[in-house]
Write a protein that binds this ligand. Sequence first.
Ligand code: GLY
Length: 403
Amino acid sequence: YTLKFNSLCIEKKENCSHIGSFFVGPRKKFMDQLRQKTIVSSWNEWDPLKHVIVGKADGACIPAPEPALDAKVPEDSDMRGQFGPRPKEMVDKANELLDQFASQLEGRGIRVDRPTPMEFNQKTSTPDWQAETMFGCMPPRDVLLTVGKEILEATMSYRCRWFEYLCYRPLLQKYYDEDSEMRHEAAPKPRLTDHDYRQDYLSDKIGVQKRLEWTANKFFVTTEEEVLFDAADVLRFGKDLVVQHGFTTNLKGIDWLARHFPGHRVHTVNFPGDPYPIHIDATFTPIKPGLIMNNPQRRLPEEQREMFDKNGWEIIDSAQPAHNSPPPLCYSSVWLSMNVLVLDTKTVCVEKSEVYQAEQLDKLGMEVVEVDLRDAYAFGGGLHCCTADVYREGTCEDYFPIQ
Ligand code: GLY
């Protein structure tokens, strides 16, 4: 009723002078939102955050088995052998936490948008494959890569996530309409035939030792058949983009990114020690210019540190996670502890139960904002995963002038 009332008022502002005080609050908020001009721009992971997308848990599914997913779900995971909609009480709890996080950000003056969930419990297909279910839209970071004025939809690398970009289209269309300089781009949709996946990984009896050997040798589940990347494998450092080569991003994907962003330097990294290398943001976390936290079980190899060393960047071990195991039905590891969201170079959001991570960041001089999110982890990750930048202040800077 209020919305309808307000939209009438927008069209006929002069007729609104009679409104009673009851409507002034919501109406003012609505009008303020309308007046806010959308600007898409974000060059790094730490400049002051002003506008962000926070995901939703509605209708999220445990996807059915498919080649890329089988390689990724830990061999001892409680999710193996089951698929379909996640339990309603877990969805409701996750949504409660995501809504609360969104309100916390809004309370700090950050504009928050939300995706439009779809019916994820449906079969999807292309001429090349069929998938029993989709995934969800809790982690926008996986799908959307914001580089300056561009928001790029990643190719994705699981069949169940092929159509996930549709949840973000209403927002992207709106940004495109409101910011005449915004660039809305989509990477080439991959075919995701069986040629994209190494058959060696189609077993739940590989064992962690073998997996560690394989991943250290850069023998990942995805082949070099075609361009593949997830947006959450990319970290933005101004003029430099650092991209993890692993299960969800292949070398062709990284080459495509380098060709697509000719004004940037694109660096390939990998992290031996991770038996399931997907997404860089529970492994390597920039906090501010000159400082990165690295997962101590997945250290950046010596030969890949040169660029950071030469330019005076410090790479420190992150604190240990507070938990010995992830929550039930969760794809991610306990290292979501370091999946923090930096609000500016002095302020960082850390999951409330991750007391060691909070303590480390506090000692590093950061103001730590506690966010209760653990019961939403299973839906696609932590605080960095469940957000995607729309606007951070600042410009494109060169943080690594010595190459
Ligand atoms: N790659 C995300 C994790 O460590 O769980």
